[in-house]
Design a protein around this ligand. Structure first.
Ligand code: ATP
Length: 756
């Protein structure tokens, strides 16, 4: 026996504590009308977790609490507890006895307890469903409610049968999984919306980081192009400077020799003639020589001014391009290191070479670099274009006047040369001897002029190379500040063309235009690099963080989608199990129903039919859109319901509608009993199910009850003498003038008396 004890306190008419022991398989509760018997049945519903107050004949929770009478004041709470035997561990708890208690307060609040520990309703339901005590209360048949199983809809009937078959556990799991599925889908939506929110920012950061990456690549490319450019430039300048200096040596020394020869020739000339024309020649020659020297000096000066002008023009243009000005802050260590590297690289290179001119060049490079650095360190590098522009104007003026002077000197030289030629012709017509001497002077002067022209050309070319060298030094510094110290290692860079290392001679012989083209592409790359901007560790860090967060969200969505799949699988599986067991169960209940029915009616036929509820669907005409017909359709997703089909013996008509009141009662009892056979509940409470039976049927009812009691404990509320006679224990319920129900144990004769 599983049901041991019931304590009822403050519940409905039971204002005072009442207790019932259930030590026999059949317990009958008897008493006059209105004494509170049905309240006992409802107290069972209540404690087992019934959520419909209507199902307990009340409008609200507070109606379940004793409401007071003329002599007794109302209560504040109602509580009912039942004690269940668990020595066979029917309930999944490690206790031999389980006490369930429910209390309702006036404010409608409910408390549940299992073995004196507060629990949730869900815990109570799960505990009970393990022992097949479900919430539809198929094992508690209230007064007049036996008929409910006949009047219920196919769907409701299915629920009652599922409950009786103990399939509620699957239902709970399925509902639970469906709730989780809904929640998971909501979570997916939430995470997706988080991703959508962050997406534009992530895209922005992605673009920035790509720019930074492009800048890194471009910087690498720039380093290579710069190295090649610097190497070529340095090699070219060095090679041609050496060549020109060498070329200059011969004419320069020849000039020296010719100078001496001229002195000698002049002496001879002076001795060989009367002297006047000779003196004139000498004087003219000296004037020409002075004018020539002056022209050379002026040309050099003008060349220098030109160099300065072009340098200033470039500086000013750069200063205009650059909006940012260098600060006057103390020189950072990194700048000092850069300078050190440039100096080191020049010295290193010079040390490796045994060429004196290379050494001289290196020293001049070092001097130049250091001067620039000192200027920069003292803040002079800050470009003041005002001053420079003024300086440029002054220089341009100076250049102009220098050019004017040169023109004047050239004119003078032409004039003097004319006079000289004239004199030369007149002397030529004079004496042979003096002519010889004069010719000698003319030859020397002619050769001198040739040599001087050569030297002047070479000096001009060297001047150009010098300017290129100064420009090269500036470019090297710029390269170091742009791409770092690596730039100063350009001389160890190997230029490879068609798989072969290009030698210095080939470099030096390359047409200058190609190097200028390289210079232009370098400038373009620098502009592109400037546009891309420098490295920004903040952006890269933020991108990494935002990306990681996004990846985390993607991962989370994937996890949630896996959960969705698993839950969907679980739901399908549970639905399949539910259906399988339901189909098997319904066949067994159907067979039992048919057996009980035949027993009750002495023949006939009763069946349970699985049906799919029909949905009415309206069909519309495609063209007109008007309703033209109605049709019944079956929907695959709709669960099956259960219908009844009965046929009484010796009667032609079939169906429930044809049954009398008593026949309906017997049919419902047959079904309730059939349901109890397959998966017998621990206890069954029947409240006046026998009310409509005549004497003969009461006996059959009594027989079936005894058969039923072999599998389930029975509590029967009855006025029926026959039913009472089958009970092992009898309780009487009375109600006095105070409106309070009282419980008492009675003997059969007393019970018969009380019942009447
Ligand atoms: P019958 O044999 O006619 O079916 P019964 O013995 O089953 O009667 P119940 O229906 O259980 O009687 O009890 C009804 C009685 O309980 C009524 O007198 C009703 O006033 C009383 N009752 C119901 N709710 C409360 C309440 N909250 N407070 C006090 N009394 C209540």
């Amino acid at each position: 026996m599983y049901l041991k004890h019931l304590t009822i306190s403050g519940f409905k008419s039971f204002a005072k504590k009442g207790e019932l022991e259930f030590s026999a398989p059949i317990t009958s509760i008897v008493g006059p009308n209105g004494s509170g018997k049905s309240n006992v049945a409802e107290s069972f519903r209540f404690v087992l977790g019934e959520q419909s107050v209507k199902g307990m004949r009340a409008k609200k929770g507070a109606d379940l609490i004793f409401n007071g009478s003329d002599s007794t004041s109302r209560g504040n709470r109602a509580s009912v507890s039942i004690t269940l035997d668990n020595t066979k561990r029917v309930f999944p708890m490690d206790f031999d006895e389980i006490i369930l208690e429910r209390t309702v307060h006036r404010d409608g609040q409910n408390d549940y307890q299992i073995n004196n520990s507060k629990v949730r309703l869900k815990d109570v339901q799960e505990l009970l469903s393990a022992a097949n005590i479900g919430p539809t209360g198929h094992h508690i048949i209230s007064q007049g409610e036996a008929d409910r199983i006949l009047s219920a809809s196919a769907k409701e009937r299915r629920e009652m049968i599922e409950d009786a078959l103990g399939l509620k556990v699957f239902q709970y799991k399925k509902v639970d999984a469906e709730k989780k599925l809904k929640k998971t889908r909501e979570n997916i939506e939430r995470v997706q919306s988080l991703r959508r929110e962050v997406a534009p920012h992530l895209k922005f950061l992605e673009r920035q980081v790509k720019k930074i990456e492009r800048a890194v690549l471009l910087r690498e490319e720039l380093t290579t192009v710069y190295s090649e450019y610097l190497k070529r430039e340095d090699t070219y300048i060095a090679h041609h400077s050496d060549r020109l200096r060498l070329e200059r040596e011969e004419p320069s020394s020849k000039i020296e020799v010719l100078k001496e020869q001229l002195v000698e020739a002049k002496k001879v000339l002076a001795d060989s003639e009367d002297g006047e024309k000779g003196n004139e020649v000498v004087a003219l020659e000296e004037k020409i020589s002075a004018v020539r020297t002056l022209r050379q000096t002026l040309l050099r000066k003008s060349g220098q001014i030109e160099g300065q002008v072009s340098f200033l023009q470039r500086r000013i243009a750069q200063a205009h391009d650059k909006s940012t000005k260098e600060s006057e802050a103390p020189v950072p260590m990194v700048e000092v290191k850069k300078i050190l590297q440039v100096v080191e690289s020049s010295v290193e290179k010079a040390v490796k070479s045994d060429d004196v001119s290379q050494l001289q060049r290196a020293l001049s490079d070092v001097m130049h670099t250091l001067k620039k650095f000192v200027q920069g360190a003292s803040g002079l590098v800050v470009v003041n274009t005002d001053t420079e522009e003024k300086e440029l104007v002054a220089l341009e003026k100076e250049l102009h006047s220098s050019e004017k002077e040169i023109t004047a000197v050239e004119e003078q030289e032409t004039k003097l040369t004319g006079q000289y030629e004239e004199l030369k012709r007149s002397i030529e017509s004079e004496s042979q001897e003096s002519r010889e001497a004069e010719r000698e002077v003319f030859r020397i002067v002619g050769e001198q002029r040739e040599c001087e022209n050569i030297v002047a050309r070479i000096d001009g070319e060297l001047g150009v190379l010098e300017r290129d060298r100064n420009e090269f030094k500036r470019e090297l510094q710029e390269a170091v500040s742009l791409i770092g110290s690596g730039a100063s290692k350009y001389f160890s860079f190997e230029i490879v063309t068609d798989g072969k290392v290009v030698n210095n001679k080939t470099i030096a012989e390359e047409p200058r235009e190609q190097q200028r083209e390289r210079r232009r592409s370098l400038e373009k790359m620098k502009i592109r690099l400037e546009e891309l901007g420098g490295a920004n560790s903040d952006i890269e860090k933020e991108y990494k963080e935002v990306k990681e967060r996004d990846e985390f969200l993607v991962h989370e969505i994937a996890d949630l989608e896996t959960s969705v799949e698993k839950l969907e699988e679980l739901i399908t599986e549970l639905a399949a199990q539910l259906n399988e067991q339901f189909v098997a169960g319904i066949d067994k209940i159907g067979a039992e129903f048919n057996r009980f029915f035949a027993l009750m009616f002495g023949g006939g036929e009763a069946k349970l039919l699985r049906v799919k509820p029909k949905i009415r669907k309206k069909k519309t005409d495609d063209d007109l859109g008007t309703e033209i017909e109605e049709d019944d359709e079956e929907d695959e997703n709709i669960e099956e319901g259960v219908e009844l089909d009965v046929k009484l013996p010796n009667k032609r008509v079939r169906g429930l509608d044809m049954l009398s009141g008593g026949e309906r009662a017997l049919t419902s009892i047959a079904l309730i009993f059939a349901m109890s056979q397959i998966n017998p509940p621990l206890f069954i409470i029947l409240d006046e199910t026998d009310a409509a039976l005549d004497e003969a049927n009461s006996r059959r009812y009594g027989d079936m009850i005894e058969a039923l009691a072999e599998k389930s404990q029975l509590i029967l509320i009855t006025h029926n003498r026959e039913t009472m006679s089958r009970a092992g224990i009898l309780y009487g319920v009375t109600m006095g003038g105070d409106g309070i129900s009282k419980l008492l144990s009675v003997k059969f004769d007393e019970a018969v008396a009380v019942a009447k």
